[in-house]
Design a protein around this ligand. Sequence first.
Ligand code: ADP
Ligand code: ASP
Ligand code: MG
Length: 404
Amino acid sequence: MALIVQKYGGTSVATPERIKRVAERIVRAKKEGNQVVVVVSAMGDTTDHLIDLAQKIAAQPDEREMDMLVATGEQASSALMAIAIHTLGEPAISLTGAQVEILTDEIHTKARIVKIGADRIRKELKEGKIVIVAGFQGITREQDITTLGRGGSDTTAVALAAVLAASSCEIYTDVDGVFTADPRIVPEARKLSRIAYEEMLEMASLGAKVLHPRSVEFAKKYGVLIHVRSSFNDQEGTIVTEEDKDMEDILVTGVTHDENQAKVTIVDIPDQPGMAAKIFSTLASANINVDMITQSSSVTETNDISFTVEENSLGKSMALAEQLAKDLHAWGVTSDRDIAKISVVGLGMRSHAGVAARMFETLGAEGINIQMISTSEIKISIIIERAQTAQAVKAIHQAFELGG
Ligand code: ADP
Ligand code: ASP
Ligand code: MG
C-alpha cells in the first residue's frame, strides 16, 4: 500500500464548503488504496488576523506568545478537516505538531525542524485512519510551541514525506502549479511542468510564495518529489525534481518579486577594520536575516553601509542599528520600506553570459532605477522602488520571452 502526503493551503480550506470538498478528495485518495497523511494550513487569512490582533495590543509582541497564538489557526483547521472526513464515513484523526513530535529549535516564529518522531502517525495509519496534521507548528525540547515561518506548512508536509518515505508529496494550492512569474501579476506567465530543486529553492527564497524555501531544502536533501497543483481542479501541476540536461539549456526559468523587504542604512561609519563585523554579528545574534549588503566607497574617512531585511523585522533591526550607530560613532541611521526585490533565476545562467545586461537594459528602458544588485551562480537580484514592482516583473518576463 502506498503512503502519500497531501498538503492543503489556506485558500483551499478557507470555508466550510471548501473543507468539505477537500475532504472528498482526501477520501478518494484513501479509496484508491493509499495510506493518506494530510497537512493543513490555517483557514484563509486566519494567521494574518491573529497577527493583527496581537499588534493592536503591542507594537512588538513577545515571539513565544506569537507562536502560541498563530498555532491555533492550524489546530482549528486540522480538527475541522477530521470532522469533515468523519461525515463521509471514514476514520480520521487530527494531530498537533507536538503530538506528532515535530521537534524544532527555539527560534520562535521561524523555528527549524531538527527531528520528527512520527510513531504516532504510523500507529494511526496502521489502524486504518487518515491522519490530519496541523501544519506550520512544532515543539521545542522544553515543550514550547514554535512555528516554522510564514508559509511553513509546506515544510511540515515535505518533512513528513521524507520521514515516512512517502511515495508522493502533493502540495495543493490556489494556482495550477509553479509559473514563470506570479500569475497574479503576470497574466501571460506559463506553468512549468518541471523545475529543478535548485531553481525552485532560489525562486522560493526570492519571493515566489508558492513553496516555503525550507520545504524545497528538505525535498532536495531527502529526494522527495514534490507535485505542486491546484486543489480546485484535477490538472497535473508542476513536479519539483532533480535537474537534468534539458533544464540547463533554458537561460531564465522564472522572475520573482518580494515586497516583504526594507532597507536600513547606517550613515558615516568611521572607515576602520572591524566595523562591518560588529554590525552583522550583532544582527545575526538577534536572529535577523540580512539579505543584501552594500558599502559606499570611502572618499572621506567614513562609509555608509546599507542592508536589507524582511520588512517585518525592520523594527527590531532599526533598534539594533541605532544602538550600533552610537557605539561605533556613526552619524545615524535611516530606513526605507518603499522597496522591492526583483530576481531572475535559471540554471542556464551557469553557462550563458548576458542575462544581467539584458535585465538592466530592460529596466533602464522602463525608467526604473536600480538601488542595489546581488548575483550568484543561478540568480540576479535587484532592489527597486516598491511602486514599480509589477511594471518591472512584467517587462523582465517579456524581455526573456517567458510567456506562454
Ligand atoms: P497556500 O495558501 O496554498 O500555501 P500561498 O499563497 O502560500 O498558497 O502560495 C500560492 C501563491 O503564490 C499563489 O496564489 C501566487 O499568487 C503566488 N506565487 C508567487 N509566485 C508564484 C509562481 N512563480 N508560481 C506560482 N505561484 C506564485
Ligand atoms: N498559516 C501559516 C501562514 O499563513 C502557514 C502556512 O499557511 O503555510 O503563514
Ligand atoms: Mg503557502
